[in-house]
Design a protein around this ligand. Structure first.
Ligand SMILES: Nc1nc2c(c(=O)[nH]1)N[C@H]1C(S)=C(S)[C@@H](COP(=O)(O)OP(=O)(O)OC[C@H]3O[C@@H](n4cnc5c(=O)[nH]c(N)nc54)[C@H](O)[C@@H]3O)O[C@H]1N2
Ligand SMILES: Nc1nc2c(c(=O)[nH]1)N[C@H]1C(S)=C(S)[C@@H](COP(=O)(O)OP(=O)(O)OC[C@H]3O[C@@H](n4cnc5c(=O)[nH]c(N)nc54)[C@H](O)[C@@H]3O)O[C@H]1N2
Ligand SMILES: [Mo]
Length: 731
């Protein structure tokens, strides 16, 4: 038996699995007993097919011929590939400075720490991740409000209310599901806010609100208004700890239930009912869709409104409420959030593995500094990558190292492909050759899988502290595949940075982290039991006792020391300081001109239970469960258009179109259409052919949700074709 953590969802740490081996091959897979997350889902089992897939990349490959011709490749040794990469990066560094190299990791989280360290050591602040579109903007909204991330605490025995806002946790975050179901059994009240009916809403909701996509801010402001009118909020918390409450009260007074119904399509009575439900179920916690709410042009402000709603109820940092972790180790490991915590906190800041101090010194050289100043100020660990085409055109970025990248995750992704193609040099690391990404780079390197690598370790909060797990190297790498950490460390050596990378010894690096975090080394962590690293008990209401601020004074780590409903940071950068509601850039209200031609509201990228983004389509067990992409629409909308269940349709926006079959379902409310993302493998079915390059000016996040579209039956010649709309979108 060999133990490893599953990386099918791209997360670390996620579910634990145990492989049965015979003659060095996997012959069976089960859940890892007593592992904090799991049991494994279909994706985990299918990793066995990924491991042995005939198309896996097994050798380093170097492009033959120029990048504007059809790609041809030859295999190379690691020495040759690594020499080439180091040589080209040195050249670019000499000509344009180290900041002109982009270090990028896509959704896979396991390589992040290593690559972030490599960027800092090389001297480039331009390290970025797919969190340029994912959960980081919701955390940014939280930082603007509270000074740190505060959302997503799982319910405890004390929790009386749970809000699930724009998240289909039953399909996307199954690790939370058990605790949510337990909370439901204990009688906690659930409010679910999602335009679709989902397994999550049907199983958990006591009240299910179904707003028009992108209007969530107005809904939250309406609930705040109802709470204020009814005197249903925590007056003591508000008067002591909130900055800007009077201005908020004036602003929300316009959001009457009737007005909120007009904007959001949620019946007025349900808005009031929801406010009452929340007020009668304190302490409560909230799960936000990791990315959904911020995939629209007013996303950060909408999330600020939602978190303000939770805060004025007195849910913040109380037992059973939204707890600010006392010892945040996991966010640090995942590199999705920078834990803004007091220095000296044993389990976080002094493990400066990513060389954050170096990133801070280099921050003036960030490619995003003038475009997204709020992001650049509050997201020190990574740049906002979404303007990559602009950075390249302006000569700010000249070369790129891409670990686990998928260029079609961006709206109008052709521009990103062209940007990567036009670089002086680009190398990518992956499990498979993905033509939509790798056709545009110079070198492709084969990554070792979760069965073939040991880095990094995993850490989970546990009673009494943190539990650390490490994994076996279940299999020898196939071909010449190597772990992402090994690759990053070898590139560092080639660049003369070996001293900062333990001479290439990745285990020594993990020992360094564990030594600083917990005074142990990797060998002190038994497999499969793991090892408990004790911490002091969780403390609550830390803001009352000066535990959140560097200066040790009571309050929140914001400029005013209070929860900034009136954000002084937004004000400084010329944005509206209140969590204002602004219509999505593209909606029936803001663009009546477009709505005539595109009368339906479109959301893109609702997750499939069996795929992760662009991955897995090559795995027969999963493909059998979901053979092709399906658009979803309400049967009444379809009937008006003469569309039947299973018909091939064209979903068209002002920016382009996709073609796929349609599923008619009451999961969808009338007027709203849903298409999946990640179908790069099927020509003409990539959602990002139809999404615009329009961005939230605070976070830089794209508009993947809240668009306008029309759906029609596909005619002859539509099959697999992708159309171009009349508008390219604005920047
Ligand atoms: N199986 C699987 N799991 C995944 C992933 C995957 O690809 N596959 N991806 C992972 C990643 S990176 C992410 S970011 C998360 C995403 O996790 P989730 O946020 O749970 O992802 P979605 O399926 O998009 O679910 C969001 C829900 O929000 C609703 N919604 C859409 N637009 C709006 C809106 O404007 N307002 C409101 N209130 N609701 C809206 C949709 O109907 C949908 O049911 O999932 C993670 N987990
Ligand atoms: N229209 C639309 N677009 C979206 C979204 C949406 O909702 N709608 N969601 C956005 C969000 S939230 C996200 S997170 C992104 C998805 O983020 P992406 O970065 O696009 O995620 P994946 O498609 O999983 O691509 C990961 C690539 O990494 C490779 N890979 C997987 N594991 C490893 C590993 O351990 N090492 C290496 N070296 N490679 C690995 C995979 O083979 C794949 O080619 O998409 C965004 N794009
Ligand atoms: Mo994401």
């Amino acid at each position: 038996m060999a133990y490893t953590f599953c990386d099918a969802c791209n997360q670390i740490p996620f579910c634990g699995v145990k492989a049965a081996l015979r003659n060095g091959r996997i012959v069976g897979l089960e859940g890892w007993e007593n592992y904090p997350s799991g049991p494994p889902c279909a994706k985990a089992y299918a990793t066995v097919q990924e491991e042995y897939h005939p198309d896996r990349l097994l050798y380093p490959m170097i492009r033959v011929g120029p990048k504007d011709s059809a790609p041809r490749w030859r295999t190379a040794t690691w020495d040759e590939a690594l020499d080439l990469i180091a040589g080209r990066l040195r050249e670019v560094r000499e000509k344009y400075g180290p900041e002109s190299v982009l270090f990028y990791v896509g959704d896979p989280k396991e390589p992040r720490l290593a690559v972030s360290r490599l960027a800092s050591a090389f001297g480039s602040p331009n390290f970025g991740t797919e969190s340029s579109t994912c959960s980081r903007a919701a955390s940014l909204a939280s930082q603007l409000l509270f000074g740190l991330r505060a959302w997503g605490t799982p319910p405890s025995e004390r929790t009386r209310g749970v809000v699930i806002w724009a998240m289909n946790t039953a399909w996307t975050n199954t690790q939370n599901l058990r605790r949510l179901v337990e909370a439901k059994r204990r009688g906690a009240k659930f409010l679910v806010v999602d335009p679709r009916r989902t397994p999550t809403s049907e199983r958990l909701a006591d009240l299910h609100l179904r707003p028009r996509p992108g209007t969530d801010g107005a809904l939250a402001l309406g609930m705040i208004n109802a709470l204020i009118k009814g005197g249903l909020y925590d007056g003591e918390f508000v008067s002591r700890w909130i900055h800007g409450f009077d201005a908020l009260r004036d602003y929300v007074s316009g959001f009457t239930p009737k007005e909120v119904e007009r904007i959001t399509w949620v019946p007025a009575g349900e808005v009031e009912e929801a406010a009452e439900l929340l007020a009668s179920s304190v302490p409560g916690t909230i799960f936000l869709g990791y990315s959904t709410l911020t995939h629209t042009t007013n996303g950060v402000q909408n999330v600020r409104a939602i978190l303000t709603l939770m805060a004025i109820l007195g849910n913040l940092d109380v037992p059973g409420g939204i707890v600010i972790p006392t010892h945040p180790l996991v966010p640090y490991l995942a590199m999705t959030d920078y834990p803004l915590r007091k220095p000296g906190d044993a389990l976080s800041m002094d493990i400066d593995f990513a060389l954050m101090s170096r990133k801070m010194e280099l921050r003036d050289k960030r490619a995003d500094a003038d475009r997204f100043p709020v992001w650049a100020e509050l997201v020190p660990e990574q740049i906002q990558v979404n303007m990559l085409p602009e950075y390249v055109r302006e000569g700010r970025i000249r070369a790129a190292l891409l670990f686990g990248a998928n260029l079609t995750m961006w709206p109008q992704y052709g521009e990103y492909q062209e940007a990567i193609r036009s670089l002086e040099f680009a190398a990518a690391v992956d499990y498979f050759y993905r033509p939509w990404t790798h056709d545009f780079v110079d070198v492709v390197l084969p990554a070792a899988t979760m069965y073939e690598r040991t880095e990094p370790f995993a850490a989970f909060p546990a009673p009494g502290g943190w539990r650390i797990y490490r994994r076996d190297r279940a299999l020898e790498p196939r071909g010449e595949a190597r772990s992402d950490w090994w690759i990053a460390f070898r590139i560092a050596i080639g660049l003369g940075l070996g001293d900062l990378f333990w001479g290439g010894d990745t285990e020594a690096a993990m020992d360094w982290i564990l030594g600083r975090a917990a005074g142990i080394s990797l060998r002190d962590v038994p497999i499969p039991e793991g090892r408990l690293v004790p911490t002091d008990p969780e403390e609550f209401r830390k803001y009352e006792r000066g535990l959140l601020r560097e200066d040790g004074r009571p309050g929140f780590p914001t400029p005013t020391g209070k929860v900034e409903v009136w954000s002084t940071i937004l004000e400084k950068h010329g944005f509206d300081p209140l969590p204002v509601y602004v219509e999505p850039e593209e909606s029936p209200v803001s663009r009546p001109d477009l709505a005539g031609r595109y009368p339906l509201v479109l959301i893109t990228g609702s997750r499939s239970p069996v795929y992760t983004h662009s991955k897995h389509r090559e795995l027969p067990w999963l493909r059998e469960m979901e053979p092709e992409p399906l658009a979803r629409m309400n049967p009444d909308d379809a009937a008006k258009r003469g569309i039947g269940d299973g018909d091939r349709v064209v979903v068209e926006t002002a920016h382009g179109s996709v073609g796929m079959r349609v599923r008619l379902t009451y999961m969808m409310p009338p007027g709203i259409v849903d298409i999946p993302h990640g179908w790069a493998a099927v020509p003409g079915a990539n959602a990002n052919d139809a999404t615009p390059r329009s961005f939230d000016p605070i976070s830089g996040y794209p508009s993947f949700k809240a668009l306008l579209c029309e759906v029609r039956r596909a005619g002859d010649g539509d099959d697999g074709e992708k159309g171009k709309g009349e508008e390219g979108g604005s920047v």
